[in-house]
Every structure is written in structure tokens, then in C-alpha cells.
Design a protein around this ligand. Structure first.
Ligand SMILES: [Zn+2]
Length: 392
């Protein structure tokens, strides 16, 4: 059945225009100033609300109480569906650093979930966050699971995993540059992640295929002084190097609003994109002050709208949905179109999802209807309406 959205304020996300959008067979047929409803079409009056592309989350470990690390297709579908209810219509399920066999099983489960077709949203592939990360910037990653590239056999995660789209690697580790090149040759995004590297190391890594920074500022080295001289770190490389894109956890906790503005000024909307880094506790209810156990055995406590390590010295990941990130970016003063672009088009381009992230003819009919407060009122995924009630 055709679906026609009328009286919509469409964010393409490159411009805002009052228009009608026709959806046919799961694809956007066109964006029109005026159009007569085709016979038999369902007409939805958007009443001036914002119609935007569905959100795309490239860094998310779980949601709705389920985790990628359960290693089953059912868990992957359940977490994707939990986020889909909040407008995330395409997702890159992300592992945690755990024993290699567990990471490989999770990657395989994502692949099977992609094939079985029961997911409401689109699963874009798999993102392996690790296991080659720096213990010095490990954060909530399990320290025992961290490996050095030159000593690890990563075949099960890379060559044996046709759906691998992104891998987080600390480029200062021995063998990391060769790993970056190996990923690049397979079309996999090599992301500087949980890294204690200095600027020069990141700059060198960029010559070996690294092209992204995982959650900028979190698990990233920054300026240090070596014998009176200041040395820049991963944060500064991420901000300054034009060949790197940057993930931001814009949940309003991981990064204060001035830092969001700083990153935006340095990177612009085409090189900065929003990720939830959501744990299984995302897109679900949490109780303030309660300690939860993650799949990797790390305890974390829910407080102030975010998961913290029990020491409260660091965050353990977010409970956010993409809709909350867009609201935070807007609150930081970033123009609406750019805020939405960083949650839709930019992540789509980053992983080569050619038909995702825009409201334009020929693109997949992944759409969200947002009210004035940027709360999700309706979600359409692959042409199917899966939510028709406002978010709380
Ligand atoms: Zn993560």
C-alpha cells in the first residue's frame, strides 16, 4: 500500500521544506510540493511536524535489556527492535572486547540476524570494538580481553566475517598499522579507539587506513607534557585531522555542550556523527542508583541518566537512544538540519549505506516524524509503520 505524508516539514536533512512524501513498496517515491493521493493510499497528516530520515547508530552494544554479546540472532534482533521504537531504523551492532570466541560468535549472530529478515529495522553489519585496545584507555572494556595485534589471530573477526563494517583499534599497539591496512583493503572502517596514542602516531595511522575516531574524548588520550613540551593526543588529532571522522556520544553526559560545539566547529556535520554507545540498558527503564552487571562482567551503576563504573570515575556507556542525542545536539545550539544530518546522512555515508539517511526519491522509506520537542511520534522502517505514538 502507498503511504502519503502530507503537511510535513521535511528535513532532507540538507534543507527544510514544506512538502508531501510518497512511499511505495518500501521506497521513497518522491518529495512533492503538491500531489493528489494515489488511489488506495493511506494519507497521514503530519500537521506541520518534522519528517526526517530514520536515525542510524553505528556504535551500539545493546538495548531493551538485550546485548549483542549474548551471541544469538534473537538478541541482536531484539536490541535492534528496541532502538527502532525510538526511531533508529538502521543499526551497526557493536561488540565489547571479550574472549575472541565470544566476539566471533557475536559477529556471526549479527550476520544471521541480517539474513533471517525478522528485524523491523535494517542491520548494516557488525562493529567490533576491540579487542586490540589500549589498557591505559580501556574504560569499561574488560582488561583481560585486550590483545596486541601482532600477537592475536583475528581471522575469525575479519576474514571469516563478511559483514564486518568497522573495527576499533588502538593504533599505538604493535602490529596495529598492518591491521589498519588489512581492514582498509577489505572496505572496513578502521577507527582509532580506546587509544593512548600521541598525535604523530594517529597521523601515521591515517596513512595506513585509519579514518575514524571512536567516541571522541572518551577513551582518548589528550595533551600531555613531555619535558616541558606539550604533545597532542587522540582528541586533538580527531579534531584537527581532516581525513578523520569523529563519533560523538551526544547523550548530554559524556560530552558537555561546549565540547559538542567545539567538535562541530572543527569537524562540521559531514565528519561528526552521533552514536549512542548504548548498553543493553538503553531503550529500557533503569532505576537510579542501582548496580547492573554487563555481559563482559563489568558492573555499572545508573546515575544522572548515564551508566558509570561503580567507582564513579568514568562512564561505562550510555542508556541513550538516538532521539535523545538529536535533542542534545539541538540544545547545544547546532542548527536542526545539521543535528539531524549527524544522526542520519553522515553515518550512512560513513559505512557506505547508499540508500539510507536521506528523504529523497529512491531512498529506503526509513522515516521518523518528530514533534516540536524532537520526540519521536511515528517511525516507519523499510516502508512499514512500526510506531504511531509519541515517545514519553
Ligand atoms: Zn562502545
Amino acid at each position: 500500500m502507498d503511504v502519503l505524508f502530507v503537511n510535513a516539514r521535511v528535513c532532507t536533512p540538507f534543507e527544510l521544506r514544506d512538502a508531501a512524501v510518497l512511499v511505495r513498496d518500501g521506497v521513497i517515491e518522491g518529495v512533492f510540493d503538491h500531489i493528489e493521493p494515489p488511489e488506495g493510499a493511506r494519507v497521514i497528516d503530519a500537521a506541520g511536524k518534522l519528517l526526517a530520515p530514520g536515525f542510524i547508530d553505528l556504535h551500539v552494544h545493546g538495548g531493551g535489556g538485550r546485548s549483542v554479546m549474548e551471541g544469538t540472532p534473537e538478541a541482536v534482533v531484539a536490541m535492534a527492535n528496541a532502538h527502532a521504537m525510538h526511531g533508529t531504523t538502521a543499526i551497526l551492532p557493536t561488540t565489547l572486547s571479550m574472549p575472541l570466541a565470544d566476539m566471533a560468535r557475536a559477529g556471526e549472530a549479527v550476520g544471521r540476524a541480517m539474513e533471517d529478515g525478522t528485524c523491523l529495522s535494517t542491520i548494516l553489519g557488525v562493529h567490533q570494538e576491540g579487542p586490540c585496545l589500549s589498557p591505559a584507555q580501556g574504560g569499561a572494556q574488560a582488561p583481560d580481553a585486550l590483545l596486541v595485534p601482532s600477537q592475536a589471530d583475528l581471522t575469525a573477526l575479519i576474514e571469516d566475517c563478511p559483514h564486518l563494517k568497522m573495527m576499533g583499534v588502538a593504533p599505538e599497539l604493535e602490529g596495529a598499522l598492518a591491521l589498519g591496512r588489512r581492514l582498509f583493503e577489505r572496505g572496513v572502517v578502521a577507527s582509532v579507539a580506546h587509544s593512548d596514542a600521541d598525535y604523530d602516531t594517529v597521523s601515521r595511522a591515517a596513512l595506513f587506513g585509519f579514518s575514524d575516531v571512536t567516541h571522541l574524548y572518551s577513551g582518548c588520550s589528550s595533551v600531555v607534557r613531555r619535558n616541558a613540551f606539550r604533545v597532542a593526543g587522540v582528541v586533538e588529532a580527531g579534531l584537527e585531522m581532516e581525513c578523520l571522522t569523529a563519533q560523538v556520544i551526544a547523550d548530554g553526559c559524556h560530552l558537555p555542550l561546549p565540547l559538542l560545539r567545539l567538535i562541530y566547529r572543527c569537524k562540521g556535520p559531514e565528519k561528526m556523527y552521533a552514536v549512542t554507545d548504548g548498553l543493553e540498558f538503553a531503550a529500557a527503564r533503569q532505576e537510579e542508583g542501582v548496580v547492573y552487571m554487563q555481559r563482559n562482567g563489568q558492573a555499572c551503576v545508573y546515575e544522572d541518566g548515564v551508566m558509570k563504573l561503580p567507582s564513579r570515575e568514568a562512564f561505562a556507556g550510555s542508556v541513550a537512544t538516538m532521539s535523545r542525542l538529536v535533542r542534545t545536539l539541538k540544545k547545544a545550539g547546532i542548527p536542526l538540519c545539521d543535528a539531524l544530518r549527524m544522526a542520519t546522512d553522515t553515518p550512512a555515508r560513513r559505512v557506505g549505506a547508499a540508500t539510507k539517511g536521506r528523504v529523497a526519491a529512491g531512498y529506503d522509506a526509513d522515516l521518523v516524524l518528530l514533534d516540536d520537542g524532537l520526540r519521536v511520534n511515528l517511525v516507519m522502517a523499510k516502508g512499514r509503520i512500526i510506531r504511531e505514538a509519541p515517545e514519553e
